[in-house]
Design a protein around this ligand. Structure first.
Ligand SMILES: [Zn+2]
Ligand SMILES: [Zn+2]
Ligand SMILES: [Zn+2]
Length: 142
């Protein structure tokens, strides 16, 4: 099998208390190799190319476990159903989404917290920023 997750991704899966199963390894590896987030169908196709024996239900169950481990995130993308990506950052964080090439960069919670905190103070508003994603054009596309 060609496409397997890197050592650093494997160790993050282990650190989250999960075992490295062949399915987790394959799906994490596919997402790690992708340049941009993969939609559900794109991911199913990419997995089927490498191992036709992994069914749809197994792919989604595996994705959920990788999301639970904080290794994979689902990002809403404008105009479609969003995509899955493997993030360098574990745990809660936000994203900068390029509208042209589809690349996604992690926006760390520390960066967001300053802004959200200032707005919350100024407006006396308790902000739920769980869905905060910023869209625009990346440095390569500007
Ligand atoms: Zn991320
Ligand atoms: Zn771009
Ligand atoms: Zn946040």
């Amino acid at each position: 099998m060609l496409c397997v997750a890197s050592e650093s991704v494997r160790s993050r899966i282990l650190a989250a208390g999960q075992r490295i199963t062949p399915q987790r390894d394959l799906i994490a590896g596919v997402l790690e190799a992708a340049e941009a987030p993969l939609g559900a169908q794109e991911l199913l196709d990419a997995v089927a190319l490498r191992d036709a024996g992994i069914g749809r239900a197994t792919v989604f169950r595996t994705l959920q476990s990788l999301q639970d481990a904080g290794v994979v995130q689902h990002v809403p993308l404008p105009g479609d159903q969003g995509g899955y990506l493997l993030c360098p950052t574990s745990g809660h964080h936000h994203h900068l989404v390029c509208q042209r090439c589809g690349r996604v960069e992690d926006l760390l919670e520390d960066e967001v917290a300053l802004f959200v905190g200032a707005v919350a103070r100024d407006h006396g508003f308790d902000i739920d920023h769980a869905g905060l994603e910023l869209s625009g054009h990346c440095s390569g596309c500007r």
